[in-house]
Design a protein around this ligand. Structure first.
Ligand code: PBG
Length: 380
């Protein structure tokens, strides 16, 4: 304190007064409330007012003012909740995704009543959890009309018709290889995911979801030409009302780890770099966006979200289509882990993360934090 006081006095006496102001602000926090110190502080800070007609802080002066000038808002209407559904009667906690469960069909319907009815979540995205014995090299369980996803869609649309039901289309949960498509083993080692053969399989899967009543089909496989192929197959079968949300720019990311743990769907050989995008590329995402738009996608998606906010912003500048961003399992888990150690305030950090994804240009966000965020937003 003593040192500061002496320094202040010296500044006031000998230095350009403008330079004393920042020092005065620092000192404000440090002075106690004795009268002498208050006087010294006043002398220091208000010796000369800055000639400053432009003061951005005026727009932050109260909660009401901040509310009026806020550019981006997060609402429950923007949230899509990804959910896992499995055969049998059990609802099991997912260790790698705290707060999420592998739901039975009945448990899923009950939970969706709460999510939609009480919290106002408009849409859920379904992923099937498949036992090892149902996995095959060609992933044919993906289009089983009595498969777990197909039954879950039917049940949800029968019980909660106004809830939007989205389904994931890709073969990885159903494939013995843990790859998103039809695989060819390369002699001498390694695997190749075949594009056109995979698109054929995805069409069967998408048609079975549409038949079950899905509102939105969301291909996450990154094959070329699948949006056009799915659009025309759906239209030909009379499902012209079913929407396509394309995983337009899905990166080969390390942040999918907890999801693959939840589904037991990690690739058995190799990786997914032959079809998912290279994290170094942003222009390529815009090329994919142009193609998806031409092929008839209704919504474009960027995934993951927070490491790729620049890609969301660039895509926003290029297209007039709605953009979704997938706040993926690893991004969610980082927040959970930091919050459970007491290092982050979970509510503030989660809402700030989701808001930043909206600010970058995403209209909607797929996030495992949707139920909690919906609850927090309703308390604001
Ligand atoms: C697979 C798929 C993945 C995710 C959604 N669909 C994982 C992958 O590509 O390996 C990741 C979701 C998440 O991490 O939350 N088609």
């Amino acid at each position: 304190m003593e040192i500061i006081r002496i320094f202040l006095a010296r500044e006031v006496l000998f230095q350009d007064v403008r330079r004393t102001i920042p020092l005065g602000i620092v000192a404000q926090n440090m002075l106690d409330s004795s009268r002498r110190q208050k006087k010294l502080f006043r002398q220091t800070l208000f010796l000369k007012k800055m000639k400053l007609p432009i003061r951005p802080r005026r727009n932050r002066k109260s909660a009401a003012m901040r509310g009026m000038v806020r550019e981006t808002a997060l609402s429950v209407a923007n949230l899509i909740y990804p959910m896992f559904v499995q055969d049998g009667e059990n609802d099991d906690q997912i260790e790698s995704l705290p707060g999420c469960k592998r739901w039975s069909v009945a448990g899923l319907v009950e939970e969706c009543r709460r999510l939609h009815g009480q919290l106002g979540i408009p849409c859920v995205d379904l992923f099937g959890v498949v036992e090892q014995s149902h996995k095959t090299p060609d992933g044919r369980e993906a289009h089983n009309p009595k498969g777990v996803v197909q039954r879950a869609v039917q049940a949800l649309k029968a019980e909660i018709p106004e809830l939007l039901v989205m389904t994931d289309v890709a073969l990885d949960p159903y494939s013995t290889y843990g790859q998103d498509g039809i695989v060819r083993e390369i002699p001498g080692g390694g695997v190749e995911v075949l594009n056109d053969e995979t698109v054929e399989a995805l069409i069967l899967q998408a048609l079975s979801h549409a038949k079950a009543g899905a509102d939105i089909i969301s291909p996450s496989d990154m094959m070329d030409g699948r949006i056009a192929a799915l659009r025309s197959a759906l239209d030909d079968a009379g499902y012209e009302g079913v929407s396509l949300m394309s995983y337009t720019a899905k990166y080969a990311s390390a942040f999918y780890g907890p999801f693959r743990g939840a589904l037991g769907s990690a690739p058995k050989f190799g990786d997914k770099k032959g079809y998912q995008m290279d994290p170094g590329n942003a222009r390529e995402a815009l090329r994919e966006a142009t193609l998806d738009e031409q092929e008839g996608a209704d919504i474009l998606m960027v995934k993951p979200a927070t490491c790729y906010l620049d890609v969301i912003a660039a895509m926003r500048a290029q297209t007039n289509l709605p953009i979704a961003a997938y706040h993926v399992s690893g991004e969610y888990l980082m927040l959970k882990a930091a919050a459970s150690s007491g290092w982050l305030d979970e509510k503030q950090a989660t809402l700030e993360t989701l808001l930043s994804i909206r600010r970058a240009g995403a209209d909607m966000i797929l996030t495992y934090a949707a139920p909690q965020a919906a609850e927090w937003l309703s308390q604001e």
